[in-house]
Design a binder for this molecule. Structure first.
Ligand code: DGT
Ligand code: CA
Ligand code: CA
Ligand code: ZN
Length: 570
């Protein structure tokens, strides 16, 4: 417990330093120390006394001296100083969509605002657009962001929800009196947005767990608090529920809190049909009332004569019937994914070189990739001129030979307002693969947007339609498109539609992805990575695709490269 508290304080200091604009190495040092402290084998105090703490990796001299002072008087000097300098309200700026530490600092330093209300007033008084590097567009975006933050009655994107949930889970899991902490609810079912976060904890000391949960640094407000459950509002704006159970209740409890409610209701009926009673804690015999020991969800399904049903399928969309008939979809795993057909490099708005992306993708188990940087019209993303694209094609081909790793030379080509493409046919013909996407003119009517996509699909040099509905979860609605016509056209022209695995996108959504499956239109799950670490979005894309019941055969980049090339006619 002592270690955890220190770890939080170090983390908080790091966040404040970021706002203050401190040297990133210094920020990193505090973050690393926070992580190191949270996983110490003994109490930091003991380790300080016996000299072991100085040897721990991630805790340098400066940090050690901070911790020594903390051990004596209970305050971290660096944090105390930062809290003097930066008002609490400024930290809340970070909860506004698209506001990072740099911008928060700018508002605070240049406008002198210290609360969200003051910031909003300043934006309405058109003072934000006067700031260096910002403009009217940022100002409008800021006002919309503040509004959205307040609304929040709605759902939160998994992009925000998942990192927060993982952080909370790790903190609870690290407690000595916690056996297991599991994320349940819609996040475990891999929904694209969630209403709240649900945590299930196994512990013999529920009161202690609740105590820690409600005092987590991420918690803003406690809305309900009992002896074994609690509800809070996180600073990020969404709610959280925790439920503490004992080990015997784990299997049924996890199943219940994972949901969905509709799936649970069906499962209760199945239990009843089999002579049992299923509730949130246990499975009991209907007549004897004796509990059936259920250690985990596998045992629960087995007790009801069912194969295990993946959380992603638990929506009462036919999964129970499929399970009874032995017709559940084969579980799509990230190991099935061979290629990644959409990623960016320094040629447009990416951070890494072609070589770095290729090496990273290979080390993550991909056996082929496509480099698809932005095309010339997309000025904001540093779109490539025709000459630059040709230079890249050359580099890609040379590199593929050098690395002995198949890299397709591609492009993410803008679909212009009239549905034509951003380069001429002669240039496109030289590429191995073309992802065509809409990045502008979302304001068009449904029939115009649909026509644009249909024209692109019919274009002989286009192979994949990127993020087909343009949604940005929590920021931008999908643009209106007649997706049934789009899918029909994709089938007719043997094209591929993308599930863009970026957490804010997940586009196609699960409904359209399922429609593709039903119509035998292959889907490509692409990361759209702009940095090497974003290649890991593949895990999320795959998990999301399971919600659409996609199997490896439905996913074009799970095919061997030869099959993919044959399908796109290369
Ligand atoms: P969300 O939060 O709207 O994104 O979706 P969930 O599924 O996480 O919903 P939530 O947080 O209200 O509840 C978590 C799970 O607890 C839910 O999936 C199933 C279970 N649950 C909650 N309320 C009920 C209920 O009234 N009946 C049944 N059978 N299950 C419930
Ligand atoms: Ca929930
Ligand atoms: Ca809940
Ligand atoms: Zn794009």
């Amino acid at each position: 417990m002592e270690n955890l508290r220190l770890s939080w304080l170090l983390e908080e200091a790091a966040a404040l330093m970021e706002i203050k604009g401190e040297n990133p190495f210094k920020v990193r040092a505090f973050q690393n120390a926070s992580r190191a402290v949270s996983s110490l084998p003994q109490s930091y105090r003991q380790m300080l006394q016996n000299g072991q703490l100085a040897k721990v990796q991630g805790i340098g001299k400066g940090l050690l001296s901070q911790i020594e002072k903390y051990a004596v008087n209970g305050t971290l000097p660096a944090l105390a100083e930062l809290q003097q300098e930066i008002p609490e309200g400024v930290v809340e700026f970070l909860n506004i969509p698209n506001v990072g530490p740099k911008m928060a600092r700018l508002f605070y330093e240049q406008l002198g605002v210290t609360t969200v209300e003051e910031l909003e007033d300043a934006a309405r008084a058109r003072k934000v657009r006067e700031l260096k590097g910002l403009g009217g567009k940022t100002e409008m975006g800021l006002l919309r962001g503040i509004e959205r933050m307040r609304q929040r009655s709605g759902r939160t994107s998994t992009a925000i929800a998942r990192p927060l949930a993982e952080e909370v889970r790790e903190m609870l899991q690290a407690l000595p009196f916690v056996e297991t902490c599991t994320i349940a609810g819609s996040l475990r079912r891999q929904r694209d947005t969630v209403k709240d976060l649900d945590f299930l904890v196994i512990s013999h000391e529920p009161a202690k767990v609740i105590e820690v949960f409600v005092s987590l640094p991420a918690v803003k407000e406690i809305t309900a608090r009992g002896t074994s459950k609690a509800s809070v509002v996180f600073r990020a704006g969404l709610n959280g529920d925790v439920r503490v159970l004992n080990q015997e209740q784990y299997g049924c409890g996890l199943h219940y809190f994972t949901g969905s409610q509709a799936h649970n209701i069906r499962m209760r009926q199945v239990a009843k049909d089999n002579g049992y009673v299923l509730n949130e804690y246990s499975l009991t015999h209907g007549e004897t009332h004796n509990a059936v020991p259920i250690a985990d969800e596998h045992e629960l399904y087995a007790a009801l004569d069912l194969p295990y049903i993946e959380p992603e399928l638990r929506e009462d969309r036919g999964e129970i019937e499929a399970a009874q008939k032995g017709a559940l979809p084969k579980r799509l795993e990230v190991q099935h994914i061979r290629g990644d057909l959409h990623m960016h490099t320094v040629y447009s708005d990416g951070v890494n070189t072609v070589a770095e992306m290729a090496e990273a993708a290979r080390s993550k188990g991909r056996t082929y990739i496509a480099i698809c940087d932005h095309s010339r019209s997309l000025k904001v993303a540093n779109g490539m001129s025709a000459e630059k694209l040709l230079r890249q094609v050359e580099e890609v081909r040379t590199l593929a030979a050098q690395l002995d790793f198949p890299i397709l030379a591609g492009v993410e080509c803008d679909i212009l307002a009239d549905g034509s493409l951003d380069y001429d046919d002669e240039l496109l013909a030289q590429l191995d693969i073309v992802v065509a996407s809409i990045h502008s003119g979302f304001q068009q009517e449904e029939h115009q947007l649909t026509r644009r996509l249909l024209r692109a699909i019919a274009h002989p040099h286009v192979h994949i339609i990127g993020h087909p509905t343009g949604r940005m979860l929590g920021q931008r609605e999908p643009y209106p498109v007649d997706m049934e016509s789009v899918i029909a056209a994709a089938k007719q022209h043997r094209k591929i539609l993308e599930i863009n695995a970026t957490p804010e996108r997940l586009d196609l959504n699960e409904t359209y992805a399922a429609l593709c499956r039903e119509n035998a239109v292959p889907v490509a799950i692409n990361t759209d990575a702009h940095r090497t670490d974003q290649l890991d979005y593949m895990d999320l894309g795959v998990a999301y695709a399971r919600r659409a019941w996609l199997e490896p055969q439905h996913v074009a980049n799970a095919w061997p490269l030869q099959d993919l090339l044959a399908y796109i006619g290369k």
